[in-house]
Design a protein around this ligand. Structure first.
Ligand code: SAM
Length: 382
């Protein structure tokens, strides 16, 4: 089975096989590129969601290679300042370089490239900028035909080898993204799988495909997961304020839908009978009578402003039947109760028999802020 999974590119890099907690099975770490449901010959195996275990060999290699570059004493001197964590986006690796070890940037890049041979480009993370949430990324190393280039050598490499436009495989789909032009995070895959499970529940209640509105859709990763599920989604509204995100979204939808989409970003318009796609300000959508009151599932992924925007987004829901808003929120841990109250008062009454919307902490955003998510089941209007 391992051979099959490796060939299909469905094995998670850098993670190891572990026994299940109850000892009844062995858990094989799947890559984000693996489909949500396994097909033959693996259909008889279930997918378990749990924290993965890192394969220390990759980590050990990186520390050894770093020590070979800068010396063991220097490695020990700067301890936790070294970037032991990193994020993969396609064949790129993004690392945060602490000021304390800035002078060793080239050594860091060489050691990272050598310890992760599938990586083409390594970038220093300058953080997320502006309302489009795009990343400031600076190339610090690239691998070309097995040779690593760093520092001043980067001026000599072909421009295309430094390209940050990549494909990421997720839920069996290829997602085009470029984190320097539009927001994209591989860390949200579990969130997207949770949204998929909730959407299936809502479809069960409604007994028909859902009309999904994703007004902060970026390059469309949430839709990638939902559209991969047969019969789950009917009509889609996908929009974003960032034209670059919409350009990549068109490219993605062209492949996922196997239909034509414009090659240039354009204002929100009905491109196919069941697809409204384009550039739009989410706060203005509900003012359009052909859009308001038409959607079963509304996704709100603008975590710093979700609560502020809820009153302008709630009118997008179709109140003739049960519906759902699913959102993400960044909030101080001490403010979670107040945020829950604000969410409840901004939304129409909840569907009987469903829980009150409540923020669940997903991870730390900073020392005091938490990244949370919630879902609200909304009752039809009496
Ligand atoms: C956190 S990102 C989420 C993107 C996408 N949903 C995802 O999961 O990758 C928020 C997105 O909202 C977009 N955005 C910000 N303000 C907006 C507005 N007023 N109307 C529509 N989109 C907006 C940004 O360009 C960005 O792509």
């Amino acid at each position: 089975m391992l051979v099959f999974l490796r060939k299909a590119d469905w094995l998670a890099d850098g993670m190891r096989v572990v026994p299940a907690e109850d000892g009844s099975a062995r858990l094989i770490p799947l890559a984000a590129s693996a489909p949500v449901e396994l097909s033959e010959p693996l259909r008889r195996f279930g997918i378990e969601m749990c924290e993965g275990a890192e394969d220390e060999r990759f980590e050990n290699d990186w520390w050894k290679l770093l020590a070979a570059e800068v010396g063991q004493e220097c490695v020990e001197e700067h301890g936790e300042a070294w970037p032991s964590n990193h994020e993969f986006v396609g064949d790129m690796m993004i690392v945060r370089i602490d000021e304390e070890v800035e002078e060793y940037e080239e050594a860091i890049a060489r050691a990272k490239l050598a310890s992760h041979p599938h990586i083409r480009l390594i970038l220093a993370d300058g953080g997320v900028q502006g309302e489009f949430r795009i990343r400031e990324l600076r190339p610090i190393g690239v691998l070309i035909d097995g040779e690593s280039w760093t520092g001043t050598g980067l001026a000599e490499v072909p421009e295309e080898s430094l390209s940050t436009s990549v494909f990421v495989k997720e839920s069996g789909r290829r997602i085009r993204c470029d984190p320097t032009r539009a927001y994209f995070s591989t860390k949200l895959q579990t969130e997207r799988l949770e949204t998929l499970a909730l959407a299936k529940e809502l479809r069960g209640v409604l007994g028909r495909p859902l009309r999904v509105c994703d007004p902060f859709c970026g390059v469309g990763p949430a839709l990638a997961t939902l559209l991969a599920e047969p019969g789950l989604v009917g009509d889609v509204l996908a929009s974003d304020l960032n034209p670059d995100a919409v350009e990549m979204l068109f490219d993605n939808l062209r492949r996922w839908d196997r239909r034509d989409y414009p090659s240039e970003p354009s204002r929100l318009a009905r491109i196919h009978d069941d697809r409204m796609v384009g550039v739009a300000d989410a706060t203005e959508l509900a003012g359009n009578t052909t859009i308001a009151g038409d959607w079963d599932l509304v996704l709100v992924n603008l975590p710093h402003r979700t609560i502020e925007f809820l009153p302008t987004l709630a009118p997008l829901l179709d109140r003739t039947s049960p519906s759902m808003i699913r959102g993400r929120v960044v909030v101080a841990e001490s403010e979670i109760d107040a945020a829950n109250a604000a969410i409840r008062s901004a939304l129409p009454p909840r569907l009987e028999g469903t829980p009150e919307p409540e923020l669940r902490i997903k991870r730390d955003y900073s020392s005091t802020l938490r990244l949370c998510s919630f879902e609200a089941w909304i009752a039809p209007m009496p």
